[in-house]
Design a binder for this molecule. Structure first.
Ligand SMILES: Nc1nc2c(ncn2[C@@H]2O[C@H](COP(=O)(O)OP(=O)(O)OP(=O)(O)O)[C@@H](O)[C@H]2O)c(=O)[nH]1
Ligand SMILES: [K+]
Ligand SMILES: [Mg+2]
Length: 443
């Protein structure tokens, strides 16, 4: 017998409403045990008193809702208890449910896993449920919703269907070699396979847009000590996240803040000031981390001190490239009529007065849009998908140069299998633990 699972589906802690979700064959019995009444009609909310079945003690007046298999999120019988969101209410209901036969607390992601196992969602849609719950900005929400609606799964399943048709042609060639089939049916498969390999390449060649949109664009602030990097981070974050002081070499660790720039998620990092003569080994390590972060960032903000012009810090100059926004800070102290740093157009700002910051935010938003905005096509959102697609594409390229139809067929089968693993159509048992482990309990 499949165990019936339950968990608090809303965030823990005090709240107006808390929802406890129950899924599995015993969920209807559990509701009867808690209410002492006959089951309400499916999909009709009903206000009822819940009592502890053992002690008879009143627990809450709750709104209950019942879904019958297979028409529910998990595809099983589901009961939702909409409780008053007090800790004691939730604890009382959870305790009463735990005492019922056949019920146990759900593991992280177990509701969504059951939905996948019952064919309610493919794997990309299940992953999108987790992304939607984690979405912090509107662009992230849009991407997760599209994927949850099946846009990505449909793309991959469509590719897989094309492979299945090609495979049928190639197999006909193998099975009936002497028949008078139009010369080399497997030759007809070649253009299809080649077009698909090209499409997959184009889908892969997206500078990691979908993955970046899930994680946030990494922007690193770099510059000489005291250029005002931490002051700038605080001004952009609108809180005192990093320590600011007149002492050169204040920042050592990389300090991260999460920003929402025009709907795009950004992880902005403040770093240690770059200089040759570090005061001690701690600062030296800070500089090493700063350079490392700069190397891995999608975008750099190179901060120069307007009061130091025309001298430019060489270590910062060395980091400027096409993915860098050059910023001239402390323009409240200097005559910054020229927003130029050497040859570069700079954004003139004052972290102290806030002048120029809206312009800097606009520049960074434009960078984010360029990196993260989609063309409308569904984006690849996970490393797991990327490696399966690469495997598929490589198998297709091998198929195209295979000397025998038998070998060609084998590679097409491998390519199809790689695609099937993304949506969960083929042997993914080994993947499920990894995928659903990232979910929180109650999802
Ligand atoms: N007048 C003025 N002072 C600023 C401005 N930005 C920063 N400062 C001052 O410059 C000093 C250094 O600022 P920080 O933000 O600590 O500089 P930093 O680049 O983070 O320095 P390190 O962490 O040591 O590398 C502090 O005294 C700030 O108050 C600005 O726009 N105008
Ligand atoms: K400082
Ligand atoms: Mg600092």
């Amino acid at each position: 017998m499949i165990p019936t699972i339950f968990a608090l589906a809303t965030a823990p802690g005090r709240a107006g409403v808390a929802v406890v979700r129950v899924s599995g064959p015993a969920s209807g019995d559990a509701l009867v045990a808690l209410t002492g009444k006959a089951l309400p009609a499916p999909r009709m909310a009903k206000l009822v008193r819940l009592r502890d079945p053992t002690s008879g003690e009143a627990l809450d007046d709750a709104l209950v809702l019942r879904f019958t298999a297979p028409r529910s999120f998990t595809g099983e019988d589901v009961v939702e208890l909409h409780l008053h969101g007090g800790r004691a209410v939730v604890a009382g209901v959870v305790e009463a449910l735990s005492a019922l036969p056949g019920l146990r607390v759900a593991e992280p992601g177990e509701f969504t896993r059951r939905a996948f196992e019952n064919g309610k969602l493919d794997l990309t849609e299940a992953e999108a449920v987790a992304d939607l719950v984690d979405a912090e900005t509107s662009a992230q929400r849009r991407q997760a919703l599209r994927q949850m609606e099946g846009a990505l799964g449909q793309l991959y399943d469509g590719w897989r269907e094309r492979l299945t048709r090609s495979l049928a042609h190639i197999e006909a060639d193998i099975d009936f070699p002497d028949e008078d089939l139009p010369s080399g049916v497997s030759d007809a498969a070649r253009p299809v396979l080649s077009a698909l390999a090209t499409e997959i390449d184009a889908h892969l060649d997206d500078r990691g847009r979908g993955e970046r949109l899930r994680e946030g664009l990494h922007i690193a602030i770099v510059g000489a000590p005291n250029a005002g990097k931490s002051s700038l981070l605080n001004a952009l974050a609108r809180r005192e996240a990093a320590i600011v002081s007149a002492r050169a070499g204040t920042t050592r660790d990389v300090i991260e803040v999460h920003l929402d720039l025009g709907g795009y998620p950004v992880v902005l990092a403040d770093t240690a000031g770059l200089r040759e003569a570090a005061a001690d080994e701690v600062e030296e390590e800070g500089i090493r981390r700063a350079l490392d972060r700069a190397a891995r960032a999608d975008v750099k903000v190179a901060v120069f001190d307007a009061t130091a012009l025309p001298v430019l810090d060489p270590a910062t100059v060395a980091l400027v490239d096409k993915d860098t926004v050059v910023v001239l800070n402390k323009t409240d102290l200097a005559d910054a009529a020229v927003a130029k740093v050497g040859e570069w157009e700079a954004v003139a700002v004052s972290a102290r007065t806030g002048s120029g910051l809206p312009a800097l935010e606009r520049r960074l938003t434009a960078f984010s849009a360029d990196r993260l905005a989609g063309s409308g096509a569904p984006a690849l959102t996970r490393a797991r998908h990327r490696s399966a697609l690469e495997e598929c594409r490589d198998a297709l390229r091998r198929a195209l140069t295979a000397p025998l139809p038998e070998l060609m067929a084998e590679d097409v089968r491998l390519a199809s299998r790689a695609l099937g693993r993304i949506t969960g159509r083929v042997d993914v048992e080994d993947l499920l633990d990894v995928i659903f482990r990232d979910f929180c309990i109650g999802k």
